[in-house]
Design a protein around this ligand. Structure first.
Ligand SMILES: *[C@@H]1O[C@H](CO)[C@@H](O)[C@H](O)[C@H]1NC(C)=O
Ligand SMILES: *[C@@H]1O[C@H](CO)[C@@H](O)[C@H](O)[C@H]1NC(C)=O
Ligand SMILES: *[C@@H]1O[C@H](CO)[C@@H](O)[C@H](O)[C@H]1NC(C)=O
Ligand SMILES: *[C@@H]1O[C@H](CO)[C@@H](O)[C@H](O)[C@H]1NC(C)=O
Ligand SMILES: *[C@@H]1O[C@H](CO)[C@@H](O)[C@H](O)[C@H]1NC(C)=O
Ligand SMILES: *[C@@H]1O[C@H](CO)[C@@H](O)[C@H](O)[C@H]1NC(C)=O
Length: 381
């Protein structure tokens, strides 16, 4: 064929191969990598060690020093993979396991001690604040157990769980309250629940898109239809033929919501061209700055500023707020309120480098910070 025709056919055949390859069907090349992702995933934890807890309680600005990383290799095989609806959907559980990697960590998680906000105590105080009798009782227990606003525990305890004195005191009367607390308590070897994905068989643009999470096609945590939508993929797969103009949605069970990413720049990873997609400031902006976020502010008097998302609704009512690390893309007053924070794009930005033709992520870095919102609670000193 003459040259233009030849390249047209070459192009067509590449597209055909692509479409054939990017659907999830038993035996397809993408199926195996989707089911058991071969590239290593490293989960790194950093802690803010509060270095002046006593001065802070007396009214001073808090000082924190960042400690980390404590690195774990994360394994995420998909289990109980079941094809549904004539192969147009597939259901799976993503089972996460964490194995500690000492050579990629700064210290020994059994030995290194961190002083931080006493999360169980703050959660309990918040829970009982509307009952005079309950808060008086908890206040007495906290006194007799010498439980205060801060706690000091090893990295291992903070992550994987420790027996908390206050929770243990409450447990006999409220067996539904666990005696143990840990940020990742019971998360090793666990899954987030059943996820049903589109396979791309019906429409390749739907490849990897989440259809249902725990049996539901939308959430019911937030206060608007828009906020409750389960949009996009889980971040490990995207449709082929990406455009620089599109918004890529990702549903994150950790954040209890969907977020979106936009094109930032062209990059190259090991010789492969890629588009860098990153969440813009709009994603976590306050409802004043981005009215689309109105539904994420569950009770009007608790609406926060830009760059933070209160996720109490999916953390059993505990005052948990998520943000990017060091309040990156957040309001300056949050960063300025704490000594020891300095947001830097290179360190704190979440991004995905995607091959534009196939939609395959060739490098990715997802980052988040967990914050605890503390208020003065009447009944407690
Ligand atoms: C945290 O800070 C305390 C003092 O405020 C210090 O004793 C401790 O070693 C620090 N922890 C780490 C892991 O650096
Ligand atoms: C997978 O299926 C087996 C057998 O039906 C079941 O015992 C197991 O709990 C399932 N795994 C998950 C993660 O639900
Ligand atoms: C599956 O395919 C059959 C035959 O093509 C059709 O009758 C049936 O409605 C399809 N089922 C679903 C759930 O799409
Ligand atoms: C998680 O479980 C696996 C095996 O089930 C174990 O090898 C690993 O050490 C555990 N990780 C942690 C942090 O306890
Ligand atoms: C879901 O996508 C729709 C557009 O398709 C958008 O209007 C809505 O804000 C998105 N919701 C979330 C939570 O991402
Ligand atoms: C930062 O400003 C927002 C409103 O712009 C306000 O809601 C929030 O309380 C402020 N935070 C701090 C730590 O001052």
């Amino acid at each position: 064929f003459p040259h233009p025709v030849r390249s047209f056919f070459a192009c067509l055949s590449i597209l055909l191969v692509l479409f054939y390859e990017v659907t999830l069907t038993e035996g397809s090349r993408v199926f195996e990598t989707w089911k058991n992702p071969p590239p290593p995933i490293f989960m790194q934890y950093f802690f803010f060690n509060v270095t002046n807890p006593d001065e802070f309680l007396a009214g001073a600005k808090p000082f924190v020093s960042q400690v980390g990383p404590y690195t774990y290799r994360e394994y995420r095989p998909k289990e109980n993979v079941t094809f549904l609806e004539n192969g147009t959907r597939v259901a799976a559980y993503q089972c996460k396991t964490f194995v500690f990697l000492p050579e990629r960590s700064v210290g020994d998680p059994d030995i290194d001690m961190i002083t931080t906000i006493n999360i169980p105590a703050v959660a309990v105080m918040n829970k009982v604040k509307d009952s005079f009798w309950k808060s008086s009782l908890v206040s007495i227990w906290m006194n007799s157990l010498h439980v205060g606003m801060f706690m000091t525990h090893s990295v291992n305890e903070l992550l994987w769980g420790f027996k908390d004195p206050l929770l243990s005191r409450i447990h006999p009367m409220n067996p539904e309250i666990d005696e143990y607390f840990g940020l990742m308590y019971k998360k090793n070897g666990s899954n987030d629940g059943e996820v049903v994905y589109h396979t791309g068989e019906a429409d390749f643009m739907d490849y990897g898109r989440i259809a249902r999470f725990k049996g539901e096609s939308k959430l019911s945590l937030w206060t608007s239809e828009q906020s409750n939508m389960i949009n996009g993929t889980d971040g490990s797969a995207f449709h082929p033929l990406l455009s620089k103009k599109e918004r890529l949605y990702i549903f994150s069970p950790d954040l209890c919501r969907s977020i979106f990413m936009e094109f930032e720049k062209d990059v190259e990873v090991k010789g492969l061209p890629a588009y860098r997609f990153t969440p813009p400031r709009d994603v976590l902006a306050s409802k004043e700055e981005n009215p689309a976020n109105e539904g994420f502010c569950v009770s009007p008097k608790e609406c926060l500023g830009s760059g933070v998302l209160k996720v109490s609704v999916c953390k059993k009512g505990a005052p948990v707020v998520v943000s990017f690390p060091h309040f990156y893309l957040g309001e300056e007053n949050y960063t300025n309120a704490i000594e020891g924070l300095s947001p830097v794009r290179e360190h704190h930005q979440t991004y995905l480098d995607l091959n534009p033709t196939t939609g395959v992520p060739i490098r990715a870095s997802k980052k988040a910070q967990i914050n605890i919102l503390i208020n003065r609670i009447s009944g407690f000193p």
